[in-house]
Design a protein around this ligand. Sequence first.
Ligand code: ACO
Length: 428
Amino acid sequence: MSKTAELSIDGKTYSLPVFTGTENESAIDIGKLRDQSGLVTLDPGYKNTGATKSAITYLDGDNGILRYRGYSIEELAEKSTFIEVAYLLIFGELPGKDQLQRFRDDIKIHTLVHEDVKKILDGFPSTAHPMGVLASLFCSQTAFYPESLDPNRASESIYISIIRSLAKMPTFAAWAYKNTLGHPVNYPDNSLEYCSRFMKMMFALPAEQYQPDPVISSALDKLLILHADHEQNCSTSTVRMVGSSQSSIYSSISAGINALWGPLHGGANQEVILMLESIVKDGGNIDKWIAKAKDKNDPFRLMGFGHRVYKNFDPRAKIIKKAADDVLAKLGVKDPILDVARNLEDIALRDPYFIERKLYPNVDFYSGIIYRALGIPVEMFTVMFAIGRLPGWIAQWKEMRENKEPIGRPRQIYTGQKERAYIPITKR
Ligand code: ACO
C-alpha cells in the first residue's frame, strides 16, 4: 500500500501522498494541498523542496555519494571520458563503440561557429568577464539557428542543438578568453579531441605548431567529468525553470551560465584561489583567516567550504585533492598555495565551528589549484566549470521537456502593505 502523510491544521486533517524514489528517498507530494486547504508551503532557497522527479543523477549528501545514471562518480572519473559521460547523462546509457564514435564525429563537425559571432565578440571590451561573454555567445545561437526557438521540434532537430551546444562551447569559452587579452581568436582544430582542442584554442599563437600535453588533457577531462552534473543545483534549476516556459535550449543554458557565475556557486573556484593568494600574501597566518570566517560581523567566508547538500564530505573533493597532487607532481609544479590549502583544510576540519556546521571542502576547494597548474587563468575557472556542467544542463533540459513538465511558478507569502489609497505628489 502506498504511504501517505497527514497534515492537521485548524481541526482539519489532510492526507498527502508520499512518493518514494528508487533509492528510497521519500517526498510528501503537496501538489494538491493548496486546492484542498488553501495552504502553500514556504521554503526560501528551496532547502527542503523537491522540484522534480529525475532519473539522471543520484546524490546522497549525508553519505557523500554521487552517481550519474547509477554509475559512481569515482568509477566514471577513473575509467571513463568526458564525452562518454556526456552521452551517458544525456541519453541515459553508456554508448556502444559505434554510438560513441558517431557522437564524437558529430561533435567535431559542429565545432566551428558562424563568422558573425566574431562581430558580437568584437562588441565586448577586453574588460568583459568571460562568463558574461560566454552566456551572451551561447544565447546568440538562437539567432543563428532560429529553428531552435521551438523546443517541441522533432527529436533529430533537438539532437543537432545538443551536438551544437557541446561542439561550440569550447570555442565560445576560448574566444571569451582571447577577448580578455585583445588577441585574435584561434579556430577549432578537429584533428584533436575535446580537451586538447580547447587548450589549443586557448593558448596557441596563430599558425603555431601546437603539441597537446596528454597530462594536461587527461587532467582536464577528469575535472570536466566531476563537474558534469549535480542534480537540482542553482544553475541546473535555472536551466529547468527557464526551459519550462518553452524557451530554447540555448537561452535556457545561457541562463544557467549566468546562475553559475555567482561566487556562492560556480564562481567559488575563482574566489578560492583569490583567497589562498591573499593568505599567502598576508604572511600565511591561517588562524587569522579561520577566525575571520567564524566572525559573524565579518562578511568573509572560507571559500570552497560548505555545501547545501553534502554534510559529510563531497566525493568530488576527495578525487580532486588526489588529482591535484598527481597533476602537480607530473607537471613538476610547486605551488605554495597548495600547502596553504592543505593547512587550511586540516585546521578547519578540527575546528568545532566547522565540525558543528558540517562544513567540508567542496569540489571547488582544490579544482582551482589544478586549473592554475594547467596554466588556466583565474578568471576562466568558472568558465571551465560551465564547460563541464554543460552535459548536465542539456540532460536536465531534455528530461524536463520529455516529461512535459509544467511551467515553473513558485508561490509566495506576501508581507507588504495592505491595500491603501494613492497619495498625490503634493501631499507626500
Ligand atoms: N565559511 C564560514 N562559515 C560558513 C561557510 C563558509 N564557507 N559556509 C557556511 N557557513 C556557516 C554559515 O555562516 C551558517 O552559520 P550559522 O548557522 O551560524 O548562521 C552555517 O554555516 C550554514 O550556512 P548556510 O549559508 O545557511 O548554508 P547554505 O546551505 O545556505 O549555503 C553554501 C551553502 C552557499 C555553499 C555556503 O556553505 C557557502 O557560502 N560556501 C562558500 C562558497 C562556496 O564554496 N560555494 C561553492 C559551493 S559548491 C558549488 O556550487 C559547486
